[in-house]
Design a protein around this ligand. Sequence first.
Ligand code: T5A
Length: 226
Amino acid sequence: MTNNEATTAPSRRGAFISLEGIEGAGKSTCVPAIEQWVKGRAKEVVQTREPGGTPLAEVIRNLVLGIGVDDEVEAPTSDTETLLMFASRAQHLDEVVRPALDRGAWVICDRFTDATLAYQGAARGLGMQRIFELAEWVHGNLWPDLTLWFDVSVETGLARASRRGAKDRIEQERQDFFSKVRAGYLELASLYPERVKVIDAQRSMDDVAVQVIQELEAYGLRRENV
Ligand code: T5A
């Protein structure tokens, strides 16, 4: 297993924070509170997402999620889906994430490689090791400094997500698929407890926001003490 910790001294560059969870976990809902907290401490905040985050990466996002794709176009295989995620990520890292961190910005990224580990590695069955190999190629030791995993039951997450209407290709998966995604995240949280912090996203939006801010405060203190 690879070293899953950021190697650049945090004090010399910006911070990289990723948000993870199954559909409907409440990540996007929490972004404004996170942004507000970071704005009080950082000279620049970059809020972005994966797959996507640049014009080309957003085109790849639509392809992989089947948005605006003709019905006669076949669905990607699991390998193709994985490689598209990393193609989007490679572009996003070069165009957005690395330059922002080099400027000293704090990057808040809705999903990163932990999503590939959980969705493609665990749920599609490619295995974590295959994903770590691709991660090593695409981003080496550049991992988030802090990952907030919004943990919610599959039933609750899917019920919340279904209120949004039309489902993309991955959202149409069966409940069993998302149980495997959640198990993948659970494994990551136990493997990397220093980086991956579990947010109890089953609770009310206000309670979730309180715990998120507590984790940010704790991260801020650790960073100051490096
Ligand atoms: N993917 C992505 C991979 O398979 N591999 C990869 O490598 C990567 C990077 C991305 C898809 O791509 C997959 C994963 C995804 O399937 P997306 O559109 O970015 O697609 O999907 P999500 O990130 O899952 O977005 P969601 O909107 O579904 O989830 P969120 O952001 O966690 O949920 P949010 O905040 O929009 O909330 C959903 C609803 O619940 C309510 C909100 O008001 C909203 O209506 N809500 C709550 N209700 C009650 N209590 C709370 N605590 C609530 N929090 C939110």
